[in-house]
Design a protein around this ligand. Structure first.
Ligand SMILES: [Zn+2]
Length: 162
């Protein structure tokens, strides 16, 4: 019987792997990986939701329907599609602290990853802006040069006139 924290942690891993693969294949969407991890964690908890509604959220509208024991049993019968929920429930350890540590560790890693990703994007933008600035400078300079070339004959005529 694993604790909620362990189910969530295993779901986070599954969701994180799925979201990472998706962003690798699509070559975009890296910033959605933490959201994918959270969704995976919630998905892994689904079989336990009826119990949570029945025991902790009895005041919620629909709690009597959503908290049905038969629904809980049905969801547990499909257990393994919820990131190995049934296998985790079948083994004897609770893994409550392991689960919590894994969840905190994974969210910390994903924020470090996001910080790195944002920094890399910023550096790329700064490089592009510098390149554009350079092009604008060259354009100004060549405009100035062609302006000067056009002006030279005038100077000559001025001198002749003077
Ligand atoms: Zn369960």
């Amino acid at each position: 019987m694993a604790w909620t924290s362990m189910h969530f942690a295993v779901g986070m891993m599954g969701g994180g792997v799925a979201a990472s693969l998706g962003s690798l294949i699509l070559r975009r969407g890296v910033r959605w990986i933490p959201i994918g991890m959270t969704l995976g964690g919630v998905w892994a908890l689904i079989p336990d939701l009826p119990r949570i509604w029945r025991e902790d959220f009895t005041w919620l509208p629909g709690a009597t329907f959503l908290g049905q024991k038969s629904l809980e049993q049905k969801l547990h019968a499909w257990g393994d599609i919820f990131f190995l929920h049934a296998k985790l429930d079948a083994q004897p350890h609770e893994f409550a602290l392991h689960g919590l540590a894994l969840v905190i560790g994974m969210y910390t890693l994903s924020s470090i990853g996001m910080m790195w990703y944002v920094k890399r994007q910023n550096n790329r933008l700064i490089k592009e802006m510098k390149a554009l600035e350079q092009v604008a400078l060259w354009r100004d300079r060549s405009k100035e040069l062609s302006h000067r070339q056009h002006r030279t004959p005038d100077n000559h005529t001025d001198k002749k006139a003077g």
